[in-house]
Unconditional design. Structure first.
Length: 641
């Protein structure tokens, strides 16, 4: 019997060969994972059709439970491989709240050799029709029923004898959480050592075969500091298979560390070890722990990864200690803490100008400081300093995902360099697909381009890696609001407030969801709570003025506007606030005048101009299209196509 011939599909410069399970571009083969190939094959066989995510998962992973993020991650990788189509669109388009669509025309080429049609017809099974089908149908039903009964009996037998366990999906990741290492030094001033070790272990493990191992990000892991929760409860809350925990005790230049790896399903300690090392050997210690964990969860490390673990770079312990202090302060996310972080990173660089992680930390600190309300260092100085530090870090070590992410952020948020920022996000996620911050910030790149579906995909990746991050929940709520999915937006904001009732950004997002449903009274209440937590929050005050304007209370809105204008006499960062209030009050000339001031300040919030409902009154004005083009983003009517 001749083998079954399978067709090929041509689209743009690509050819997808089902027979050889190969993708070629201009005749040259392109490597694809088996599941990525199957997803692409399903899409190209249904061009122009909106395919539901559930349907695609059933097609590619039949009979297996697979998290939706697996599908999203494969689609994300396919988009990077395919690039843009000749018409400028992505080959694979997200259909919000549904699934995906292949956007391009596809030419099918059947591969049956000439003259073999008769043989192929003989090899094909007979069609069931008429009386023959009627006679065969009962036999088929009986056979299927018998097979099903045998399968059920087998499952019951194996389950009762405890020798059957469900197989992990082929592309499913092993998920691991590194819990905060306990500081046993008896000195609170040594917290930066234990927290720094925790973060470095997360970073080390996150770079090892990320397609197989997923690491919970620091923000979520730190929620369990001093929590004294049962490991199974933590595992349920974080959705992990393994937990790494330990303790640190420092005595002078000696560091004593215990570490143990727990497999959650049966609460067994699959590996444990004690270390007593000099502080200068802490990087070697971290590599030893990472290597042991990799072995226990059966990672397939590349030769380069194995060599990196076996030969960690030599670092002066004083430099490393200053770096850990810098990260400790940076993670506090306050203006004073940013200043302390910058000081620590600069001192580390002064001691060792070739230490790349310190430059990456410095870039992170300047980037977030320059994007804060009323920054202590002018934005015009902080953002270029962030870019300079990121470039220096990458000059020394191009493998730092954090530095690529900070560079991407500055290029997006300050330079408005859209191709450059996207390239850096791609590189960061190639190096560390588990890096939640890269996914989070990349989401805003997509939102700025009007690609809200892709933005929500990135936030789904971010939440998978950092499920308890309050700011990621707030960002997700914000972008769901841009998609006009107000109930979902509200749910995300409320989830954040359940974890921390004093998290002001969540109240602001909750207010936006209530504005979307025109519940202005509730929106006012939300914003008053945000202002009670931070009276100097001009962004929340502006939102309150917007709500009053939308509710028809112009007097209260104009009183808040006057307050904002008084603040603007001494602060350039509130120009965007004044612009949106003038917009909702219908004073377009003033709105555009203040937008120009925000443009001169290079305000980061301008990248979301198309998405924010406060600026909708300006969309029809020719000045608006001109303004967004200068930002490098599409006019709103094109961004939504």
């Amino acid at each position: 019997m001749p083998p079954e011939s399978k067709p090929t599909y041509d689209f743009g410069p690509f050819c997808l060969d089902l027979g050889e399970r190969a993708l070629r571009r201009d005749g040259k083969p392109i490597a694809l994972t088996p599941k990525a190939f199957e997803i692409l094959a399903f899409l190209v066989q249904n061009p122009g059709h909106s395919l539901a995510k559930e349907e695609m998962i059933r097609q590619v992973w039949p009979g297996t439970f697979v998290d939706e993020s697996n599908l999203s991650q494969h689609v994300f990788q396919l988009r990077k491989i395919l690039g843009d189509a000749p018409d400028g669109r992505a080959y694979i388009e997200t259909v919000p709240r549904h699934g995906y669509r292949f956007t391009q025309d596809v030419k099918r080429i059947d591969a049956t050799p000439a003259g073999n049609e008769a043989a192929a017809a003989q090899a094909a099974p007979p069609a069931f029709s008429g009386a023959t089908g009627a006679r065969a149908q009962p036999r088929r039903i009986i056979a299927l029923t018998l097979a099903a009964a045998l399968a059920v009996a087998a499952v019951i037998f194996f389950a009762r004898n405890r020798i059957w366990t469900p197989a992990r999906p082929e592309t499913g990741k092993v998920m691991l959480a590194v819990l905060p290492f306990e500081n046993l030094s008896g000195d609170p001033q040594q917290e930066y050592i234990s927290e720094g070790l925790t973060e470095e272990m997360i970073t080390q493990l996150g770079s090892l075969e990320p397609s197989r191992l997923g690491i919970i990000a620091r923000t979520s892991a730190m929620q369990y500091k001093d929590a004294h929760k049962d490991t199974r409860q933590i595992a349920r809350e974080l959705g992990v298979d393994y937990i790494l925990e330990g303790s640190v005790r420092r005595e002078g230049d000696r560091v004593r560390i215990t570490a143990q790896l727990i497999q959650v399903k049966d609460d067994t300690h699959v590996w444990a070890k004690n270390y007593d090392r000099n502080l200068r050997d802490i990087l070697t210690l971290e590599s030893d722990v990472a290597g042991a964990v990799a072995k226990e969860v059966q990672l397939r490390l590349t030769p380069a990864e194995s060599a990196r673990l076996a030969n960690p770079p030599a670092t002066d312990p004083r430099v490393y200690e200053l770096y850990l202090k810098g990260r400790y302060f940076w993670n506090k996310r306050t203006m004073d803490a940013y200043a302390k972080a910058i000081d620590s990173f600069q001192r580390a660089i002064a001691a060792d100008p070739g230490y790349a992680p310190a430059y990456a930390g410095l870039a992170d600190a300047y980037a977030l400081l320059g994007s804060s309300w009323n920054p202590s260092i002018p934005r015009s100085q902080a953002m270029p300093k962030a870019k300079e530090a990121a470039l220096k870090a990458l000059q020394l070590d191009d493998s730092l995902a954090e530095a690529h992410t900070s560079l991407a952020f500055v290029k997006m948020h300050f330079d408005w360099d859209w191709p450059g920022s996207e390239s850096e996000y791609h590189r960061a996620l190639e190096l560390n697909p588990n890096y939640a911050t890269a996914h989070e910030w990349y989401a805003f790149w997509f939102a700025s381009q009007g690609k809200i579906g892709e933005a929500l995909e990135q936030l789904a990746f971010a939440q998978k890696a950092d499920p308890l991050s309050l700011i990621i929940m707030a960002d997700t709520s914000e972008i769901l609001g841009y998609a006009r999915r107000f109930d979902s937006s509200k749910a995300q904001a409320e989830r954040a407030l359940e974890l921390d009732p004093n998290f002001a950004p969540a109240y602001m997002c909750l207010a936006d969801s209530h504005v979307g449903t025109r519940d202005y009274q509730m929106a006012v209440s939300d914003l008053q709570k945000a202002l009670a937590l931070n009276a100097g929050n001009t962004w929340a005050l502006t939102k309150l003025g917007v709500v009053y304007a939308l509710a028809g209370d112009r007097n209260k809105s104009e009183a808040i506007l006057q307050n904002i204008l008084n603040v603007a006499k001494n602060r350039d960062d509130v120009a965007i606030d004044a612009a949106q209030m003038f917009s909702v009050l219908g004073e377009k000339d003033q709105a555009f005048a203040w937008l120009e001031k925000a443009f001169a300040y290079r305000e980061g919030a301008l990248i979301l101009l198309n998405a924010r409902m406060e600026f909708e009154p300006l969309h029809a004005d020719p000045r608006y299209s001109d303004f967004v083009r200068r930002l490098g983003i599409l006019p709103v009517e094109k961004a939504r196509q």
